[in-house]
Ligand binder design. Structure first.
Ligand SMILES: Nc1ncnc2c1ncn2[C@@H]1O[C@H](COP(=O)(O)OP(=O)(O)O)[C@@H](O)[C@H]1O
Ligand SMILES: Cc1ncc(COP(=O)(O)OP(=O)(O)O)c(N)n1
Length: 273
């Protein structure tokens, strides 16, 4: 049996809704073998982030070496990276092992407002990691931080996608979770044109870890051999089901339901409804 393997390089969310935990659950649900390299532990629940405890760059690099010397990933994603020296160590190891299918979720600030990336690490993220990426998946506040633009109008969002594309990745997905409106609309830009992925916006507080889960689902699709467009289409269905069927746990921003996509498919003879 050959199984697709995906690696997440990210922080731990003790509450289980975001970070490494969301990524590994998503990989598993999509039939992909999950591996992880931890960058930081967070003390976190649905109410917010109570503490951030980064690992040393050396500890991150050694985890990547252990994986690289034995278990070649078919796709890799990054999430919370925290500091410039951790990013440098990760970029160095990814280049060393020649890992492709790299999805970068440029995690900066948790929904509750806690900083998950030091301000002085943004330039290192752009300089060292973006050129290695197949896809970068900023939400609108992250895209504003990366470009210095204010993103309210559709044409400005498209211009921001072009500018982020010029920072080195093959593709950019501008996520629409933070925009208003009836639709949750994501835009994929590949350097020549835009592809729109949209769904009905669900009115809910249970959106903790949506970005992690979405980028992990894209990574799982790429690891399985899907094209980028196919992988994003599956990921959009996965996150929509996960938000719609939320679990109702915790008293703040609850987690999404990582079981939902598979449960719906099995109830419908393999077809998502
Ligand atoms: N309320 C919602 N209803 C439907 N889809 C949503 C909702 N909120 C976010 N999404 C989708 O979840 C994915 C993650 O987007 P977003 O929430 O913007 O990321 P982040 O968690 O990084 O802020 C995107 O596909 C977005 O369209
Ligand atoms: C450890 C960790 N990593 C990433 C995040 C941010 O996750 P995201 O999917 O953007 O969800 P919200 O924080 O916006 O709910 C995190 N919180 N913790």
């Amino acid at each position: 049996m050959t199984i697709a393997k995906a690696l997440t390089i990210a922080g731990s969310d003790s509450g289980g809704g975001a970070g490494i935990q969301a990524d590994l659950k998503t990989f598993q649900e999509l039939g992909v073998y999950g591996m992880s390299a931890l960058t930081a532990a967070t003390a976190q629940n649905t109410l917010g982030v109570q503490g951030v405890f980064p690992l040393t760059p050396e500890a991150v690099a050694r985890q990547l070496d252990s994986i690289g010397k034995d278990l070649t990933p078919d796709a890799v994603k990054t999430g919370m990276l925290f500091s410039a020296d951790i990013i440098e160590a990760i970029a160095d190891r990814i280049a060393h092992y020649g890992w492709g299918n790299l999805v970068i979720d440029p995690v900066m600030v948790a929904k509750g407002g806690a900083s998950l990336l030091k301000a002085d690490a943004v330039t290192t993220l752009i300089r060292d990691l973006f050129p290695l990426a197949l896809i970068i998946t900023p939400n609108l506040p992250e895209a504003e931080m990366l470009t210095g633009m204010q993103l309210y109008k559709a044409e400005d969002i498209r211009e921001a996608a072009r500018r982020i594309h010029n920072m080195g990745p093959d593709m950019v997905i501008m996520k629409g979770g933070h925009a208003g409106g009836e639709l949750a609309r994501d835009l994929l830009y590949d350097g020549t044109g835009f592809t729109v992925f949209e769904s009905l916006r669900i009115r809910t507080e249970a959106t903790h870890g949506t970005g992690c889960t979405y980028s992990a689902a894209i990574t799982a699709g790429l690891a399985s051999g899907l094209s980028a467009i196919e992988a994003v289409r599956v990921a959009k269905d996965f996150i929509q089901a996960a938000i719609e069927d939320s679990l109702g746990i915790g008293s703040g921003h609850g987690p999404t339901n990582h079981f939902a996509y598979r449960q719906r498919r099995s109830q419908n003879g393999g077809v998502l409804n």
